[in-house]
Design a protein around this ligand. Sequence first.
Ligand code: NDP
Length: 331
Amino acid sequence: MTSEIQFKAWRVEEQDGDYKGAEQTLGTTDLPAGEVLIKVSHSSLNYKDALSASGNKGVTRSFPHTPGIDAAGEVVESATGTPEVGSPVVVTGYDLGMGTDGGFGEYIRVPAAWCVPMPAGWEAKTAMIYGTAGLTAGLCVQKLLTMGAKPEQGKVAVSGASGAVGSVAVELLAKLGFDVVAISGKADHAEGLKELGATEVVGRDALAEDKKPMLKPVFANGVDTVGGSPLAELLKQIKPGGSVSCCGLVAGPQLQTTVLPFILRGVNLLGVDSVEISLPEKEAVWIKLAGDWKCPKAEASAKRIGRADLDGALKAFLKGESAGKIVLDHA
Ligand code: NDP
């Protein structure tokens, strides 16, 4: 056991129902019990971190709290011996950054069963360019492929395309040869989405509410990162036998639809969870993202920020104004 280490963390406190984040100095004895102490060099920003930092009790019940559902760094102490001290690891999901202090601090202490070995050829900052959002994009694409999605079937829609999950999904699908239609509310990101590989960029009105229970089938498959009524509209526009991977709720958690797309066109709605799936399932997708599924454009365009920039960057998520991948560098 090493003696207590002092470190910096971006910690959120509750004051009269208001939630404010600021840098604080903590000690490793302030961290929860766990098997593995990790010195975190990088984290990644996600919509869920913005929910946690703004006091959303569905994500984080008690404060003060250090958000950050993603962390990458080096093992400093390991009660189980695996992972080994000195080895680089990635931790995403489970309870990290929700009830357990997360990657917005320079140290985390977690169960060994949450730690994925760093994929070969990756540094911590590369892993955190992808983070939970990249992992989720990979899982969404993998589910479509498992259902038999193929480029020759036609267009694939990606909603919330400029977001953290959406941007990686656009680049990955384009790389795999799919004809990607990026659906985005940010007209000024159309060029960027085309650079990621989208063949077409359309506004959110492509999924505007329509009373008809079925619409002309336009897309062979889809990746939906927004949920709510846009997802219901997307399902009405999927061709027979097509699938939609669904992972998000920025447009709302409710899904009001009819069974018609499912029973008349055999459409498949595929739920994607990146948080509680097994470590081997996560690791398999990480290895792909570090290999054949590498997304160099998302990597090159990722923004790097420090702890002092977290407040503004997290608020942009809640306003739907965040775009692309954002990495927190603790250096
Ligand atoms: P971002 O905020 O980066 O991206 C979401 C994008 O959705 C925005 O950039 C915007 O894109 C679009 N958008 C925002 N608000 C609305 C709205 N009201 N209606 C329609 N579109 C909207 O978030 P992430 O990419 O990090 O996450 C996306 C979703 O996926 C979140 O709900 C998140 O919680 C969820 N998620 C789920 C995971 C899982 O395991 N299931 C894991 C990771 C994320 P544009 O302007 O281009 O339209």
